[in-house]
Write a protein that binds this ligand. Structure first.
Ligand SMILES: Cc1cc2nc3c(=O)[nH]c(=O)nc-3n(C[C@H](O)[C@H](O)[C@H](O)COP(=O)(O)OP(=O)(O)OC[C@H]3O[C@@H](n4cnc5c(N)ncnc54)[C@H](O)[C@@H]3O)c2cc1C
Length: 399
C-alpha cells in the first residue's frame, strides 16, 4: 500500500465519523484529522430521524445510541391561545422504517459510539489536535497541509472529504462559495431539569409553540428539557446570556411558573447556506461544511449523515473498481439538490410557521391530519424519507 492509499477526512464530528465507519467497513482505509484535542462535547443536535437511525443501524451504531436516548413517537404543534394545533404519530409510517420515532439524544453520544467502533481497526487512523489548513490536488491524489502544535506537515491521500463543519477550511481552500444568508435573529437554547409533563397537559416529547414574538420549542432529552427561543437582533449577546434574561423567557412557557433551575444556556447564529458544489475533483464536502440551516426540524446533522452514507458507498465502489470515477458526480447532484429542495425549504418553512399567529398554520395542519395519505406524506417529508427518495430518483437519471 502506498502512502496515497487512504481517504483523508477533515473533521471528527458526527458526519466525518459516519463517513469513516462506512468506508472502513467497506474495506477503504481512512485517516481522520481532528482540530480539537478530543471529540467535541458541545451540545447541539439532539434529534435523529427514522431513516438516519436505519442507516446507523447498518453500521451497528443505532442500538447503542437508542440505549442512551429517548424515543419520541409523537410530536405536536401548539399555540398558547389554541392549545394543541395538531399531533402526529410516526406509527403512520411504520411500514417505511425500522425506527418509527425520533430519537432524542445528543450528537456527542454518536461521535463516541462511532469512534469506539473504529478504534484499533485496521485501516483507521485518527490524528487529534491536527487542523487541515489547506488542500491541493493533482491527477493522482490530494495533499493536505496539517497544523499541529505550531508546526506544519503535509499528508497525501487518494481523496479528501471535508467534514470540518460550517467554517470549513477545506471549503475555503477549494474556493467553493457558501451561498445563502444569515438570519438576523439568533436562537437561545435553555436546558432545564424541570418536569414539563407535570405542568403542561397533553405535552408530547417534542412540542413546537407558534407565536409571532416568542415562539419556542420544547424537546425532551435524557434528564433535561431543551427549550429554544428566538433572540431579536436588538438584544446583545451579553444580555441574552444573562440568567435574568433566560428566566424572563422561561416565565412565558407555563403561566404561573416564574423561576426555573437552568442547566445550560447556549446562543447560536442561524444560517441557510449551501455550498455551490459538493465536489471539486478529488475533494468532497459533507455535513455542515456543505450546508447549514436553521435547526427547526432537526435536519442539519441528519442530512449530513445522509451525505456521508451516500458518498462513502460511492467512493467504496470506485475504490474497489466496481464503478467509474464519473459516478462520484452523482453525490453532488443528489445531495446538493435535495438539500436545496427539502432541508433548506422545510427548515425555512418551519421557522415561518412558528413565527405566525398559528391561524393559517392550524387550518393547514387540520387538513393534513384529516387525510391519512396527506398525514403519511407529511411525516415522510419531516422525517426526511421523502428527501432520500428524491435523491434516489436523481441518481437514477444520468448527470
Ligand atoms: C442549537 C442547535 C441544535 C441543533 N439540532 C439539530 C438536530 O436536532 N438535528 C440535526 O440533524 N441537526 C441539528 N443541528 C445541526 C447539527 O448540530 C450540525 O448539523 C452537525 O453538528 C453537523 O455535523 P458535522 O460533523 O458536519 O460538523 P461538526 O459537528 O461541526 O463537526 C466538525 C468537526 O470538525 C472539526 N474541525 C473544524 N475545523 C477543522 C479543520 N480545519 N481540520 C480538522 N478538523 C476540523 C471540529 O473540531 C469538529 O469536531 C443543530 C444545531 C444547533 C446549533
Amino acid at each position: 500500500m502506498t502512502s496515497d492509499a487512504h481517504v483523508l477526512i477533515a473533521g471528527a464530528g458526527p458526519v466525518g465519523l459516519t463517513a469513516a465507519v462506512s468506508l472502513v467497513r467497506a474495506g477503504v482505509p481512512v485517516t481522520v484529522f481532528e482540530a480539537g484535542a478530543d471529540l467535541s462535547t458541545e451540545s447541539r443536535a439532539s434529534t435523529f430521524h427514522p431513516p438516519t437511525l436505519d442507516m446507523l443501524d447498518s453500521l451497528g451504531a443505532a442500538q447503542p445510541l437508542i440505549a442512551q436516548g429517548l424515543t419520541a413517537s409523537t410530536f405536536q404543534y401548539r399555540t398558547m391561545r389554541h392549545g394543541i394545533l395538531a399531533q402526529f404519530d410516526f406509527s403512520a409510517i411504520a411500514d417505511l422504517t425500522n425506527h418509527p420515532y425520533r430519537l432524542q439524544c445528543e450528537q456527542s453520544r454518536l461521535t463516541r459510539i462511532l469512534h469506539d467502533q473504529l478504534r484499533g481497526q485496521a485501516g483507521f487512523t485518527i490524528e487529534f489536535g491536527s487542523a487541515v489548513e489547506a488542500a491541493s490536488q493533482d491527477a493522482d491524489g490530494v495533499t493536505v497541509t496539517i497544523k499541529r502544535d505550531g508546526t506544519t506537515e503535509s499528508r497525501r491521500g487518494r481523496w479528501l472529504i471535508g467534514a470540518d463543519g460550517a467554517r470549513s477550511d477545506v471549503r475555503r481552500s477549494l474556493a467553493i462559495e457558501f451561498e445563502g444568508f444569515t438570519w438576523p435573529d439568533r436562537f437561545l437554547v435553555i436546558s432545564t431539569p424541570f418536569d414539563f409533563y407535570s405542568a403542561i397537559a397533553g405535552l408530547a416529547p417534542v412540542s413546537y409553540v407558534a407565536d409571532p414574538q416568542r415562539w419556542r420549542f420544547l424537546l425532551q432529552i435524557p434528564g433535561l428539557w431543551r427549550v429554544m427561543f428566538p433572540i431579536a437582533e436588538r438584544e446583545s449577546d451579553e444580555t441574552a446570556l444573562t440568567p435574568e434574561f433566560a428566566q424572563a423567557l422561561m416565565a412565558n412557557v407555563v403561566p404561573g411558573i416564574a423561576h426555573y433551575e437552568i442547566a445550560h444556556t447556549t446562543l447560536y447564529k442561524v444560517h441557510q447556506r449551501v455550498a455551490k458544489t459538493l465536489r471539486r475533483g478529488r475533494a468532497f464536502l459533507i455535513g455542515d461544511a456543505a450546508h447549514i440551516n436553521n435547526p427547526l426540524g432537526g435536519m442539519g446533522m441528519n442530512g449530513g449523515i445522509h451525505d456521508a452514507m451516500n458518498l462513502a458507498a460511492r467512493l467504496a465502489d470506485v475504490w474497489h473498481g466496481r464503478a467509474a470515477d464519473i459516478t462520484l458526480d452523482l453525490y453532488d447532484r443528489e445531495r446538493r439538490l435535495v438539500t436545496l429542495e427539502y432541508i433548506d425549504q422545510q427548515s425555512t418553512q418551519n421557522k415561518r410557521n412558528l413565527e405566525s399567529d398559528g391561524v393559517a398554520f392550524k387550518a393547514q395542519l387540520d387538513a393534513i391530519a384529516a387525510d391519512p395519505q396527506r398525514t403519511r406524506d407529511y411525516l415522510m417529508r419531516v422525517s426526511m424519507i421523502a428527501s432520500l427518495r428524491r435523491a434516489k430518483e436523481l441518481g437514477a437519471t444520468p448527470p
